[in-house]
Design a protein around this ligand. Structure first.
Ligand SMILES: Cc1cc2nc3c(=O)[nH]c(=O)nc-3n(C[C@H](O)[C@H](O)[C@H](O)COP(=O)(O)O)c2cc1C
Length: 114
């Protein structure tokens, strides 16, 4: 089974600042149903790998915002059959000792049933 994504990595300071992007090929049959999930998981792996390397990284949405998709297509010369999902800026955190925000909410956890 073909994987519905490819990655664009730019080290150009002018275009992007070290931003890998996950870009699925929407002509792939499997990708038509599952590309968002597959590419989101691949994105999560990039975020985890960045964290493991001591870097900071975050998901910035491209799909489904048409204007953002057009901008990224334009900058990276991406053809129409390729959907740019996100841009993931990666950098070195200035405040290394700051604890991550705790976003845990008990009310979002459901045991056994809703
Ligand atoms: C699907 C998705 C799209 C996002 N798009 C953007 C975006 O376009 N711009 C942005 O600044 N943050 C965006 N975020 C939020 C950041 O990735 C990050 O989660 C947010 O800055 C929260 O950081 P924090 O955990 O330090 O509070 C998006 C998050 C998700 C899950």
């Amino acid at each position: 089974m073909d994987r519905p994504f490819c990655f664009f990595i730019s080290t150009s300071q002018e275009r992007f600042t070290n931003r890998p992007s996950v870009i699925p090929d929407k002509d792939n049959t499997y990708a038509k149903k599952y590309w968002v999930m597959d590419c989101s998981l691949a994105s999560e792996n990039i975020l985890l790998a960045a964290h493991a390397l001591g870097c900071g990284a975050l998901w910035t949405a491209v799909f489904p915002e048409k204007d953002r998709m057009n901008s990224v297509r334009d900058i990276l010369s991406i053809p129409e059959n390729i959907i740019p999902l996100n841009v993931i800026p990666v950098g070195v955190p200035v405040k290394k000792d700051e604890a991550p925000k705790d976003k845990f909410k008990e009310e979002n956890i459901h045991w056994e049933k809703w």
